[in-house]
Design a protein around this ligand. Structure first.
Ligand code: TYD
Length: 207
């Protein structure tokens, strides 16, 4: 039996990681084999990416897009193996993030092209795209990082820009006819309510 590949993507501060854990527990209780994974990975490219994200090393956005691509190609080998063993693979971020975070008007089609036309990169069976008002995302990010001062306006500005790109990408891909199955999840309501929506979406997809 082959498994299913479900991606959780979207803005920072929308609760993706929390919901992944909740869904994994729910599916395991139902007797499914579940594996949680994430990008950037913990492999060589992922570690280099983490160093750049934390400012230890420098790289341009185009270099970052290429590094995420290399990380994703290596990651797909692991994902393929798990799927062949019948796992439901829940992945925290995937190529949707590269389109939203690494692109600008000039580079979006190049970044989409190299990811979507790469033979080593699979199309997810389902992508839950988490969305919320950037003000609320910031509040949640701040609550998760006590004591750390955030550049509120800078972050709000970039969250707004990234949100807009996610929305554009969702529309483009769902219309593309390449088998994308992106469902937007509004993560503004209380946790239990959002999880209910996630369960309904995933259960109707799996059944
Ligand atoms: P995040 O998903 O918030 O994980 P953690 O809580 O472990 O830090 O952070 C990953 C960061 O990587 C996030 O800021 C988005 C970024 N990213 C990209 O810029 N491009 C990509 O292709 C991916 C997968 C992630």
């Amino acid at each position: 039996m082959t498994g299913k590949f479900i991606v959780f993507d979207g803005l920072d501060g929308t609760g993706k990681s929390t919901f992944i854990k909740m869904l994994a527990e729910h599916l395991q209780d139902k007797g499914c084999k579940v594996s949680i994974t994430a990008e950037p990975t913990k492999n060589k490219w992922g570690l280099l990416i983490r160093e750049i994200l934390s400012g230890v090393q420098k790289a341009s956005q185009q270099e970052m897009a290429a590094l995420f691509l290399a990380d994703r190609i290596a990651h797909n080998e692991e994902i393929d193996e798990l799927l062949q063993q019948g796992y439901i693979v829940l992945c925290d971020r995937y190529y949707y993030s590269s389109f939203a975070y690494q692109s600008d008007d000039e580079t979006l089609s190049w970044i989409m092209d190299m990811n979507l036309n790469c033979p080593g990169i699979r199309v997810p069976d389902l992508c839950l795209l988490f969305d919320s008002e950037p003000e609320l995302c910031l509040k949640r990010i701040k609550a998760g990082r006590s004591g750390q001062q955030l550049e509120i306006f800078e972050n709000l500005k970039s969250l707004n820009a990234i949100r807009e790109k996610f929305s554009k990408i969702e529309e483009m891909l769902n219309k593309s006819g390449r088998g994308e199955n992106i469902v937007r999840i509004d993560s503004s309501p209380p946790l239990d309510e959002v999880f209910e929506v996630i369960l309904n979406t995933v259960n109707s997809f799996l059944n």
